[in-house]
Design a protein around this ligand. Structure first.
Ligand SMILES: [Zn+2]
Length: 295
């Protein structure tokens, strides 16, 4: 037996260990952090040195598997022209690819066709290439994802600064305001009407929240507290922006009703802004296929 000679050393080591624990905020090693606090502290991993090209989004392949099934192309089966989800035109921000279809049965939120693309970086937008908002490019395929487009609004799913576009901008069927109806994405309750926002919370679990921005607020078809069915008219797409004007478009958001995780492992907490592009695309495809909503 070796008695006491080691004890002082051991004590010193233990003390040192205690002094180092816990590590100072921000330097702590691996993620012990509870999911709910993770989004507010972006890690250096969010700014990859390789420019962010194709990070490994999924687990390593099982050994020996030569033709792995992998995740299906998230936009497989879409018959209309569209850019892939998560892919933004150069100079418009990083975007964010999450393969989850967060609202798999929702209705396309417009009565007619629409053109998802950036109202800020497109023609007629504040960061756009010039021209007017009615430029034909804005009212044509392909669709373009603009979730996590470079914007100043907080959005924990967007890498780097944790800011970015919180939803999807959709131009209506034609460049005319106060004409094209926005409709309820699913049965729910109109819980709030702001100066340029209408909030709809789904009645069924997981009680997603949908926000519709920039409708013609003076002539909405609903009021706070109304119950609506899927596909019910809410208001007409316009450019209302709380006294100011924006371009004619519907800004459409889906917010989480339940905690979860994205396909690359980012935590989703209650009310997290979710990438709506794939849900919109599949809803639009169902409409093209002759599906009806809410009937
Ligand atoms: Zn928007």
């Amino acid at each position: 037996m070796r008695p006491s000679p080691l004890l002082p050393l051991l004590a010193v080591l233990l003390l040192a260990a205690c002094n180092d624990d816990p590590p100072p905020a921000g330097t702590g090693g691996e993620v012990k952090t509870p999911a709910s606090t993770a989004p507010s502290s972006p890690t250096p991993d969010d700014a990859p040195a390789d420019g962010g090209a194709e990070q490994s989004a999924d687990e390593p392949l099982p050994p020996g598997e030569t033709t792995p099934p992998g995740p299906a192309e998230p936009d497989a089966g879409l018959s209309f022209g569209h850019q892939p989800p998560g892919v933004l035109p150069a100079g418009q921000g990083a975007g964010y690819l999450d393969r989850t279809v967060w609202a798999p049965a929702m209705c396309w939120p417009l009565q007619e066709a629409g053109y998802p693309n950036s109202q800020v970086y497109g023609h007629g937008g504040g960061m756009g290439p010039g021209g007017g908002q009615c430029d034909g490019v804005n009212y044509a395929l392909p669709w373009r994802d603009n979730f996590c487009e470079a914007r100043s609004r907080a959005n924990p799913l967007c890498g780097g600064s944790g800011t970015g576009h919180q939803g999807q901008d959709i131009r209506p069927a034609t460049c005319k305001k106060n004409q094209h109806w926005a409709v309820a994405a699913e049965p729910g309750i109109v819980t709030d009407i702001g100066s340029y926002t209408v909030t709809l919370v789904g009645s069924a679990a997981p009680h997603r929240t949908y926000r519709y921005l920039h409708m013609q607020m003076a002539a909405l078809a609903v009021k706070e507290g109304d119950s609506v069915v899927a596909g019910q008219k809410l208001g007409k797409v316009a450019n209302d922006f709380g006294g100011a004007a924006t371009t004619i478009h519907l800004h459409f958001e889906i917010r989480a009703g339940l905690a979860g995780v994205t396909t690359d492992g980012k935590p989703v907490t209650l009310n997290t802004f979710l990438p709506p592009y794939l849900s919109l695309a599949q809803a639009h495809q169902r409409k093209l296929n002759g599906g009806t909503c809410g009937s």
